[in-house]
Design a protein around this ligand. Structure first.
Ligand code: SAM
Ligand code: SF4
Ligand code: F3S
Length: 452
């Protein structure tokens, strides 16, 4: 078959995604791009002509995991035609050379700021079968090209990346090295993409960035400007943003939490530690007094607001009293959701050479902390029972008849029964009971409801 005919054949592409929401956004955008060369998404990984592993480098064993996954692909395709195998994401950026050198089954590594050129790379691989290492930081070019390609990933709740990269250089973190320096997309481009998503059915937009509240485009538009503009969009019901840095919680953004009814009353504001000494060691650029002040002002502006946070336990140099301060902060703020991990040394970061806390002690501290976090979460959920929550329904559950899945304003997963299709609608729900991860309720504003 001649090349032109071959290029016109429909092919299948599968992406396995690890890491943060930005990686999810990127995976979806890669699928938008590859449609242009007739590669269409499949959920069946064993039938893919092109197999992509979109990787995360944030914690330990990330590179080993990639080799593990490559091994799995090899096994899966042992008796079939080899797929084009591409590693994208933050491990590709940080360890691209090593990956290509160690395993020639991998056809290409592409960093998070260069995936706009994936079609050319796939075509090159189809034709010449050479290995590619594309890890330039081409953020501006990437977004300039992406805006020309429709975002076909509209769901009831959709991600929209508005900012990338980081200039803060916390000593433990790989992000400044894998995603490059801070870059804010053009304000108008962001709103155009939002319009596109809303016109296709999106009712909630989650604005994304490694430091989303550092957003500042070339005309000095800030995150609050985007929020105020989205507030005016008729068919949009909800706005969220993450992840934010405490230092970038500016007055205008705090004010938006009072003024914008569509901005959800849950703020993910990673603190990392409750000890000023450790925060300084981490190069976090904020202290606990400032952090608590921000939280208090936000509460004054909007009394319904609740907080979620990230914690690193057993950072190098963490003494018992530092850990106690983190524990006390958790007790004081009562974060309704938290993500806590033991410090993981990342290659190339300043903290990677520092003396680590004894492993057993680190694990003990993590268990103690997570127990407290879980108790706080459960007590919070208990208080929700018999109360009314506003839930945006995202989809009908596939395995259970007449059950719909949605999230309340605090992003808690909620399940109800309904004979009517309520996908995409915001409904009032009476909360009846909860499990560790889910809340069950009854619709109260529908003329056709059943008990969950
Ligand atoms: N920009 C956000 C901020 O300033 O908090 C965080 C983004 S980072 C992708 C997500 C979370 O990963 C961090 O909040 C931190 O808790 C965790 N993390 C990053 N590096 C880590 C490391 N070396 N060990 C353990 N956790 C880490
Ligand atoms: Fe990493 Fe966030 Fe620190 Fe940037 S601000 S270096 S993304 S933890
Ligand atoms: Fe992971 Fe990169 Fe996101 S390291 S957390 S995929 S920015």
């Amino acid at each position: 078959m001649d090349q032109k005919r071959k290029n016109n054949l429909k092919k299948k592409i599968f992406i396995k995604t690890f890491g943060c929401q930005m990686n999810e956004y990127d995976s979806n955008r890669i699928l938008d791009i590859t449609k242009k060369i007739n590669y269409f998404p499949t959920k069946k990984k064993a039938e893919a002509d092109c197999y992509i592993i979109n990787t995360c480098h944030i914690r330990e064993k990330a590179t080993e995991k990639v080799f593990h996954d490559v091994g799995r692909v090899k096994k899966e395709y042992k008796n079939k035609k080899k797929p084009i195998l591409i590693i994208t994401g933050c491990v590709a950026q940080a360890e691209g050379d090593l990956i290509l050198k160690k395993d020639n089954y991998v056809d290409a590594v592409i960093g998070p700021q260069s995936y706009q050129s994936i079609n050319k790379i796939i075509r090159d691989i189809e034709n010449k079968k050479t290995q590619h290492n594309i890890t330039n930081f081409e953020t501006v070019k990437k977004f300039d090209e992406l805006k020309l390609i429709n975002n076909n990933n509209s769901k009831v709740s959709s991600f929209l990346t508005i900012q990338e990269g980081c200039d803060k250089f916390c000593k433990f973190c790989v992000v400044p090295y894998t995603r490059g320096s801070e870059y804010s997309r053009n304000f108008e481009d962001v709103l155009n993409e939002a319009d596109e998503l809303i016109s296709k059915g999106t009712r909630e937009i989650i604005l994304l960035g490694q430091n989303v509240n550092a957003y500042n485009d070339k005309n000095n538009k800030r995150l609050s400007d985007i929020i105020y503009s989205l507030q005016k969009k008729k068919d949009l019901l909800r706005i969220r943003y993450y992840t934010s840095h405490p230092k970038d919680m500016t007055k205008d953004l705090i004010e938006a939490h009072k003024e914008c009814s569509k901005l959800m009353p849950l703020l993910h504001l990673p603190v990392q530690s409750g000890s000023d000494k450790i925060l300084k060691e981490m190069n976090r650029k904020h202290n606990i007094k400032e952090y608590l002040k921000t939280i208090n002002i936000l509460k004054e502006k909007n009394s319904r607001i609740e907080f979620a946070s990230d914690f690193i336990i057993a950072y190098p140099g963490e003494k018992q009293e530092d850990f106690n301060q983190t524990y006390n902060l958790m007790e004081k703020v009562k974060f309704i959701n938290s993500y806590s991990f033991i410090f993981s040394p990342r290659p190339g970061t300043p903290a990677s050479d520092m003396k680590r806390v004894d492993e057993k002690l680190a694990k003990k501290r993590l268990i103690i902390f997570q127990k407290l976090a879980e108790n706080i979460k459960m007590n919070y959920k208990k208080k929700l029972v018999n109360k009314i929550a506003k839930v945006l329904f995202e989809n009908k559950m596939t395995k259970e008849k007449d059950k719909y899945f949605g999230r309340d304003e605090y992003q808690n997963p909620v399940i109800v029964c309904s004979k009517k299709n309520i996908t995409g609608q915001e409904k009032k729900v009476l909360i009846k009971k909860f499990s560790q991860n889910t809340i069950y309720g009854e619709l109260i504003s529908s003329d056709n409801f059943l008990a969950a």
